[in-house]
Design a protein around this ligand. Structure first.
Ligand code: F6R
Ligand code: MG
Ligand code: MG
Length: 379
């Protein structure tokens, strides 16, 4: 029933994002597209489908943060997000924004946005007496970009003091890891299987941390979007800029422990043309726009307190001089790696370049390759 909250009731947080077109290339969303999406969600809130919502952007990605009681993967919620993106894309087309409608890969909605273009991170849980959550949203990178920081948050005591100090966390966490090539998943335990976890997630283009659970009671702690647009579309249509939801505090890593993992601007795949490694730079909402070489890849963290499903906040968590050093370091790394131009390891390896011109170049040159012993030599 609308507006009634029963203690112990489960709520769902859904973060669904899409690039439906942007301003001046792939740089930033237009405010009118956010307004169009907000109108659709506001109507759903009035009707009681949503408890609450917050619409924002990171770079050229439109982000819908929603709370409701329908559970994950619900057709009503996914259909709502789809309609919001459709309305926003309509505006984008009217304004002739760049790549208007790019992530809406199918014309017809079939009950679930998975596999259709938008990225999805959702979790359902019983709201604790105080429930801090962090919504991470990145642009110009891929879901595997979360592997390193989430490992550090939930498995590395040099990052998260609570793993050693807090009895509720001392047993460790379980990592559900996807193999996006095979469409399979495996759940591994930390700390017992740390090295197995690392053996997989060190290949972030293939193995992706999808969910993290607290081991002692299976409480869900984190979820990452894992759609890979380039594989979905069967051709290269851009990296699938990821989102994640992380719960914090009181038997989970503290907000500061979660954010600490982003103080190191590690190299992630994406950046210009989805084809380059570059540092992941944590930024405030006002700096969530990609300029230099369409980047460098950026990440925003918004903190909320949930109140009977209502989103109280947000706090713009990287809007803090404590991250100035990380940003400066990220730009030093960007400057250094850019000098490599089209050379690896700045440019991605050939297996990641499958949907670019590289196969076409190889095809064009194939008849001009001769056996080494047949190379004509001058005497
Ligand atoms: C990367 C991205 C941009 C574009 C680049 C070329 O995710 O969105 O770097 O790949 O601006 O875009 P097109 O091919 O549209 O000119
Ligand atoms: Mg774009
Ligand atoms: Mg983007």
């Amino acid at each position: 029933m609308k507006g009634v909250w029963v203690m112990g009731e489960r709520i769902t947080v859904s973060v669904i994002k899409a690039d439906i077109g942007s301003l001046a290339g792939h740089h930033i969303t237009h405010p009118d597209t956010l307004a169009a999406a907000s109108r659709v969600l506001a109507e759903a809130k009035t009707k009681g489908l949503l408890i609450d919502f917050y619409v924002t952007h990171v770079g050229d990605d439109l982000e819908l943060i929603m709370t409701h009681k329908k559970g994950v993967d619900h057709p009503d919620i996914h259909g709502l997000a789809w309609n919001a993106f459709k309305e926003a894309a309509k505006v984008a087309k009217e304004l002739k924004l760049y790549a208007a409608g790019q992530d809406l890969l199918s014309e017809a909605f079939s009950g679930n946005v998975r596999g259709m273009g938008p990225g999805v991170a959702e979790m359902e849980f019983e709201e604790r007496p105080a429930e801090p959550i962090i919504v991470f949203m990145a642009d110009k990178t891929e879901p595997g970009a979360f592997n390193l920081p989430l490992f550090r948050v939930f498995a590395d005591p040099f990052n998260t003091a609570g793993l050693v100090i807090d009895p509720k966390m001392h047993d460790g966490f379980k990592f559900e890891i996807l193999d996006v090539y095979e469409g399979k998943a495996v759940t591994l335990n930390a700390p017992e299987e740390l090295y197995d976890i690392l053996a997989l997630i060190g290949t972030p283009g293939r193995y992706i941390i999808k969910r993290v659970y607290r081991k002692r009671d299976n409480l869900i702690a984190a979820v990452v979007s894992s759609e890979r647009l380039n594989l979905i579309a069967g051709r290269y249509v851009g990296k699938d800029d990821p989102v994640a939801i992380v719960r914090a505090q009181h038997g989970l890593p503290a907000v500061g422990e979660v954010l600490e993992a982003f103080a190191f601007p590690h190299l992630v795949a994406g950046w210009m043309r989805g084809s380059h490694f570059g540092p992941l730079m944590p930024v405030s909402q006002k700096d969530a726009k990609c300029t230099r070489f369409d980047g460098p890849p950026r990440i925003v963290a918004l903190g909320f307190q949930l109140c009977k499903g209502k989103l109280i906040g947000p706090a713009d968590l990287f809007d803090d001089p404590a991250y100035d050093y990380t940003r400066r370091k990220a730009m030093e790394i960007a400057e250094y790696i850019r000098r490599h131009g089209p050379f690896m390891p700045h440019r991605l390896g050939p297996e990641e370049m499958e949907y670019t011109t590289l196969p076409q170049v190889l095809e064009k040159l194939k008849d001009r390759f001769v056996k080494v012993e047949e190379i004509p030599r001058r005497r």
